[in-house]
Design a protein around this ligand. Structure first.
Ligand code: SF4
Length: 313
């Protein structure tokens, strides 16, 4: 199988099923530096849109991968940073729609850049956009998402409203709950107002399922998420790690067992595993989550990052 630089998976995604990842951004380039980020600390905090990777090489990889018509539920822009920072996202989308129209396209985005009307135009042909919004007050936005200094919450929410008004595809808004920060009555009321204005097709509540960038961040309990879901005046679903990823068709038991064997030899970070096994960190993360949930491994934060170790019990 050819080695791909910009494609990864297909990964087993709880929301997207069999999902081929397209990573347009070098690690770790993002407009936010979220305390829960599973890709590590943002090293290039920016809102500058440009060709971070060569668009023609991404198109060439997509052509090679898709020509034998593999079974996929979605081709998904996601990866090691914020995909909408890539200035070629519109061109890549058009290429897919013209050459491989049978495939649906999804975009996992932090939703911060839609204050730019040209970006809204570029994502028109995407079938499903899944933006995030974790805060509706400046203080909590800064505490959870630690944005690029020129990025203002007002313009983020306004951009999401504009996207909704001008985009006819499916729009699922994700809210990541960080206990102690955005689970208070005040913040949930504010979020509720913002969500009403944005008017997404769905609201999805998520929480931590593997160690984030900041070690004190913990997962919200299922009870907390259910309580928040009831407070939101919307059809809200909980997508956190309470369903089994192992049931998704693209779950690959061989990858899971290679990860386990590698960790058995020595404790590893996600980056170590990615280098050793030649898999994208996002793909590794999907399997780390299932191993953590089954108590087969546990995390330990050391100077070089979060290491995963075998649970001997
Ligand atoms: S927006 Fe996503 S990639 Fe960027 S820092 Fe937050 S969680 Fe990480």
């Amino acid at each position: 199988m050819p080695q791909y630089k910009y494609l990864f998976g297909p990964v087993p995604s709880r929301r997207l099923g069999i999902s081929l990842g397209v990573d347009l951004i070098p690690p770790k380039t993002c407009s936010l530096n979220c305390i829960y980020c599973e890709c590590g600390k943002t090293t290039n905090l920016t809102i500058e849109r440009k060709a971070y990777v060569p668009t023609e090489m991404v198109l060439a990889e997509l052509k090679t991968f898709l020509s034998p018509t593999p079974q996929l539920d979605y081709i998904t822009f996601s990866g090691s940073g914020e995909p909408t920072l890539h200035a070629g996202i519109g061109e890549i989308t058009m290429f897919l729609k013209e050459n491989f129209p049978a495939y649906k396209i999804a975009l996992l985005t932090n939703g911060t850049l839609f204050f730019q009307p040209e970006l809204i135009q570029e994502v028109q042909k995407i079938d499903l956009i899944l933006p995030s919004l974790d805060a509706a007050s400046d203080l909590i936005f800064k505490k959870i998402n630690r944005p690029f200094h020129q990025l203002k919450l007002d313009s983020v929410i306004k951009g999401l409203r504009e996207l909704r008004k001008n985009y006819t595809g499916q729009f699922w808004l994700e809210v990541f709950i960080v206990p102690g920060l955005n689970d208070t009555d005040d913040e949930i009321n504010r979020l509720n107002n913002a969500i009403e204005q944005i008017n997404p097709d769905r609201v999805q509540l998520n929480t931590l399922d593997r160690p984030g960038t900041v070690s004190w961040v913990k997962a919200a309990t299922r009870d907390t998420l259910e309580m928040i879901a009831q407070k939101l005046n919307r059809n809200t679903e909980i997508i956190a790690n309470f369903q089994k990823r192992e049931n998704v068709a693209s779950f690959n038991a061989d990858i899971e067992s290679s990860i386990l064997q590698t960790i058995r030899r020595r404790p590893c970070t996600v980056d170590d595993l990615s280098t050793t096994l030649g898999l994208h960190p996002n793909e590794i993360n999907k399997y780390i989550e299932t191993l953590l949930r089954r108590d087969l491994i546990y995390p330990e934060t050391l100077e070089r990052g979060v290491f995963f170790k075998i649970n001997q019990k």
